[in-house]
Structure formats: C-alpha cells, structure tokens
Design a protein around this ligand. Structure first.
Ligand code: KIV
Ligand code: NA
Length: 269
C-alpha cells in the first residue's frame, strides 16, 4: 500500500461535497503511529505533545527540536497515512521567510509531507509563500491554542456574530491562499457549517460538530489517558485505568517476589 498524498486528501472534497470523511488522529511516537496508521488518512504530530508528553502548561514552550524529533518517529512508524507536523509557536509568525525556513527544517528532518500552522487572514500570505515553494500547509482556525494569551482561555469560539464572521473570513483567506485542509477547533456548530460550506478545501473538526469534512482528536484523550478532557472528546477506551492497574499488579509481584518467575528467568544450559 502506497502512502496517501496531500493532493489525494485535498481531492476528497469535490464541488463542496466530501463523500468519505477524513480521519485524523494525533501521534507522537513510532509505536503509536504503527498502531494508528492503517486506520487513519492523516496522522498529526500536534504541538499538543507539549502537554501530553512533556507536561508543559500550554503549547507555547514547544520547540522545533521536539517537533522534528517526534515527527521523524511518526514517519518511521507509518507507511500509509499522510503525516502532518505542527509548526511550534514562534517558528513561523514573523514572516513568510521565517516560516519557510522552519517548515523546510521540519520536513527535511522528519520526512513529513505537510506542516500545520495556526491563524487566519494574518497567515494567508505565509500559506501562499510555502505552498508555492513546495510545502503543503494545513490551516487551523477557531480556537487556536498558541493564542491562549490573547484569547484568554480555551473556551469555544464563534458565539458572537463578529467572532463568527471573523472565523469564516479566516478560513476563506487560508483556503484562497492554497491551504490543503483546515482544522476547525472549538467552534459552535453553525460556524462549522458556515466554514465548511464557505471553503473548497476540506475542514477537519475538533470540538466543531459533525458538520466538517473530517474529524481529528488527540489520541491520548480518545484513549482515556486523562481524567479530565474537554466535552467534545469521546473516550473510546480507558487506558489510564489499564496502565494504573498493570503498574499496581507489577509492583505487588515485585514486592512479594513472584516476579520474575521461572518463565522470565535465564538458566545455564
Ligand atoms: O496539537 C494538536 O494536537 C492539534 C489538534 C488538536 C488539532 O493541533
Ligand atoms: Na496544535
């Protein structure tokens, strides 16, 4: 099976209609990528790894080094899905040139196929600059976590008319600039509907209702790795409980000396 391509994903939406929704999950490690790959169209090496892997308070401190290394691991662990890597805060906002240098480094070091960056109209020129120089770009509008210090929190966006209009305008500007897809995060359903019908490229929703051309979730959220998750997350497993109970069982067996047993023990011939 050959790896899917960015144009193939883009072409899922034809004349405003997406027959087969785009399936995306985050992945940060090679093993995780191996397990998710066959089931996904796209794997996102999200800067959410700042919180999920590194225990950081937000995505703001995430570095280029982290993104390049985790993206390389995900590319090594996958052969089917399109791998998209998030551009970390501070690596692209200053100018199209800065964005190109950063995006080129991420793709060269990881082998990922596309980058994702946050922001709307203000980033349109950058999206066009990258796209025309060989770097496909996924946009990200609505709740953009790197802007937490401006937004003041992680609440749903688009509840006022002015905000709704801004989000639709942002998505349109990104799409016109050549974005191959747009993540729409944390918006009320009418905004998801408006954005999805306003742009010719596919929208990929997270906390943005079913009315998008695809869906993405943070894999650890979906697996039940955390006690607290946003309301838009559906938990498909309870991994946290399984890990805790395995650790408890292991600890007990080490303490009562029942592990390692004969089966786990090397003996001379
Ligand atoms: O960093 C991330 O995981 C993301 C998704 C939530 C869209 O940007
Ligand atoms: Na992100």
């Amino acid at each position: 099976m050959r790896r899917l391509t960015v144009p193939a994903i883009r072409a899922r939406k034809q004349d405003g209609v997406t027959e087969e929704p785009i399936v995306m999950l985050t992945a940060y490690t090679a093993r995780q990528a191996q397990l998710l790959d066959a089931h996904c169209d796209m794997l996102l090496v999200g800067d959410s790894l700042g919180q999920v892997i590194y225990g950081l308070p937000s995505t703001i401190p995430v570095t280029m080094r982290m993104m390049a290394d985790h993206a390389a691991a995900v590319v090594r662990g996958s052969y089917h899905a399109v791998v998209v890597v998030d551009m970390p805060f501070g690596s692209y906002e200053a100018s199209p040139q800065q964005a190109f240098d950063s995006a080129a480094m991420l793709l060269k070091e990881s082998g990922a196929a596309a980058v994702k960056l946050e922001g709307g109209e203000a980033m349109a020129e950058t999206v066009a600059f990258l796209n025309s120089r060989g770097i496909p770009v996924v946009g990200h509008v609505g709740l953009t976590p790197q802007a937490v210090n401006v937004l003041g929190g992680y609440g749903a966006r688009g509840r006022s008319d002015a905000e709704a209009e801004k989000i639709v305008g942002d998505a349109r500007a990104l799409c016109d600039a050549g974005a191959c897809a747009i993540v729409v995060e944390g918006v009320v359903e009418p905004i998801a509907i408006a954005v999805t019908s306003a742009v010719s490229c596919p929208t990929i929703g997270i906390g943005a209702s079913a009315r998008c051309d695809g869906q993405v979730l943070v894999t650890e959220d979906m697996l039940g790795m955390f006690e607290r998750v946003p309301r838009f997350v559906k938990r498909y497993d309870d991994i946290a409980a399984n890990i805790a109970s395995a650790a408890e069982h292991y600890a007990k067996e080490v303490r009562d000396r029942s592990f390692p047993g004969a089966e786990q023990t090397y003996q001379p011939k």
